[in-house]
Design a protein around this ligand. Sequence first.
Ligand code: PEP
Length: 269
Amino acid sequence: MNERRPLIAGNWKMNGLSKEGTALAQGLANKVREVAELPADAASEVSPLVSVALPCDLLICPPFTLIDRAVAAVVGTPIAVGGQDCHPQASGAHTGDVAPEMLKDLGCGFVIVGHSERRADHLETDATVKAKAEAALRAGLTAIVCVGETEAERDAGQTEAVVTRQVKGSLPSGATPGNFVVAYEPVWAIGTGRTPTPDEAQAVHARIRVELTNLMGSAAQGVRLLYGGSVKPSNAKELMEQPDIDGALVGGASLKVADFWGIVQSYGG
Ligand code: PEP
């Protein structure tokens, strides 16, 4: 039986100045307040009943510069805030980097690591991603580890081999269903409007769960596996209905309240 609570996460990437970032976070917070019938000035403690009023967990991952504002905008709602990357060290001489402890200190509960854009732009390897994920756990954050094949790897029939290798190489030690999420994001589907069929996506997710079971035992049944890559309101439901797809990591469509909310509603909210 699938008892995993779905998670819809928005990856804002390098988008938004203070005005639009604040408006986006406030817009989502207002949607949640409407659904949960919360007053606009709800206290900062989030009652578990408020979370239950939503069909899934919600997360937004703004750029570092907007995290403070996003945290302030969603206060009193169950919307979580996360970073898009972190450094493996807690502090030190690493100009331009951000430690997971710093994200935690700002109010983050999550951090994305190993996004394909970082693997490509910053030459991150599975070992780097694993070190970042372990640092996230050390700081008390939940790590969302991204994996996914390129188009050439898909065309060569290597999807499952690539994704299995990435999962194995990036799994942080100490991972549990409570502090670890995997996002399967085929690189060719990111920002392209193309997606695998729901059956194809399900097959890769099922493979990931088998690999996680090899690595972590029965705890793998509780780990949330998100699909990412051109998710939008019109295709979310058929993807989210798949038995091993426990939510979505959403890029472009997370930048508009209506689109992100439309994806949340694929869970009947
Ligand atoms: C992403 O980059 O995490 C992503 C899924 O992007 P998009 O939804 O725009 O394809």
